[in-house]
Write a protein that binds this ligand. Structure first.
Ligand SMILES: *[C@@H]1O[C@H](CO)[C@@H](O)[C@H](O)[C@H]1NC(C)=O
Ligand SMILES: *[C@@H]1O[C@H](CO)[C@@H](O)[C@H](O)[C@H]1NC(C)=O
Length: 340
């Protein structure tokens, strides 16, 4: 137990602010030791003692090697970079920065595959969509050391439909979901379905400004005034990227994804694709668009909740229209959107 507490203390000392996002390759010129020092200062990281620093350096070095050898392969459609997650073990990363708990039994429900949904007859999806350009996406948020991706993704989907239906973009309260959605487990995980149900039952959700994010679960405060409401939510048919395309052409959609891989974690830019990516939804993000690159690669545009220093200013473009019906990293398995 003592060692567990110690570990938590050591991690908290790295403030991991999104601070510097130097995009030059300078970091790769120096030795691993030097790079670790530079990395520590870039992410305002101070370890509690030398043993901890040595332990973290070993993890960092492994990640650095992975990133550098990956980037040497010029065939790849995307690049990696060491980032604020590069001194964490897989277990730490998964416990702290994800947080999807897939509702039990849903993976085997056949009804998910043939469900009728409001956007099923959309005939014209267009070549591309970017809900940011429609003003329906708030700026990228940062979940920090709290496994509540589910709340960020829920809020992003509700922010989207609120803008589309009411004409106003309002940043909504993630903290309200973390504190008040008793069907989920705060920083210990949750899912979008439970969060939508909470918002429906509560007859709405307040703003980020009035109930700001704390990076930890607090006592539910139900005194804030309502800023947005939803009447229901719908499920996109499972393992059907065409159905997902129809839905995303109409509004931002919350999806489960396997975000646990080394490459996903250290994604820097380009169109992500990873054959090692699984289909176990461990993370939740929001699909806010799609398009095709200059090279002709189709992609989804994902809004993540890992701050702006990750990926393309907090976003990822990920390959769309893959052979696997589950989609790249399983993104077409569990997709939901709210109704105004
Ligand atoms: C890049 O792709 C080409 C053709 O597909 C292949 O022959 C080559 O070995 C690849 N290079 C690397 C570094 O993977
Ligand atoms: C889509 O079209 C089919 C066939 O016309 C119809 O039965 C169904 O109700 C439509 N779905 C929606 C959501 O309007």
């Amino acid at each position: 137990m003592a060692s567990v507490n110690f570990l938590i203390l050591a991690i908290i000392l790295c403030s991991r602010t999104s601070g510097a996002t130097s995009r030059d390759g300078g970091l790769f010129e120096a030795s691993a030791v030097e790079k670790h020092e530079q990395w520590m200062s870039r992410f305002h990281c101070v370890y509690s003692n030398d043993a901890e620093k040595a332990r973290r350096f070993e993890i960092f070095k492994k990640n650095l090697k992975f990133v550098e050898s990956f980037n040497m392969n010029t065939n790849k459609t995307y690049k990696l970079d060491v980032n604020k997650f590069s001194d964490l073990t897989d277990e730490e990363f998964q416990a702290r920065y994800m947080g999807l708990l897939v509702p039990e039994g849903t993976s085997s429900l056949d009804s998910y595959k043939t469900v009728s949904f409001r956007h099923e007859n959309v005939s014209e999806t267009g070549e591309s969509m970017d809900w940011r350009q429609e003003g329906a996406v708030t700026s990228v948020k940062n979940q920090g050391h709290c496994g509540c991706c589910w709340a960020f993704s829920t809020v992003a989907a509700v922010e989207g439909i609120t803008k589309i239906s009411k004409g106003e973009l309002v940043s909504l309260s993630v903290q309200q979901l973390v504190d008040c959605n008793t069907e989920s487990y705060g920083c210990g995980g949750g899912n979008t379905v439970n969060a939508f149900n909470y918002i429906i039952k509560n007859q709405g959700i307040t703003t980020e400004d009035s109930y700001p994010y704390q990076t930890s679960q607090q006592t539910c405060d139900s005194t804030h005034s309502i800023a947005a409401t939803i009447s229901a939510y719908e499920t996109v048919p499972q393992n059907d990227e065409e159905a997902l395309l129809k839905a995303v052409s109409q509004q931002p959609v919350s999806v489960a994804i396997d975000g646990s891989g080394d490459a996903f974690r250290q994604y820097f830019g380009g169109i992500f694709e990873d054959e090692n990516c699984g289909t176990d939804g461990t993370h939740t993000v929001t699909v806010v668009g799609y398009g095709t690159s200059k090279e002709g690669i189709k992609y989804w545009l994902l809004k993540n909740s890992w701050g702006k220093s990750w990926g393309e200013n907090g976003y990822m473009r990920i390959k769309r229209g893959v052979d696997a019906p589950e989609g790249m990293c399983g993104l077409a398995q569990f997709a939901y959107y709210p109704l105004a």
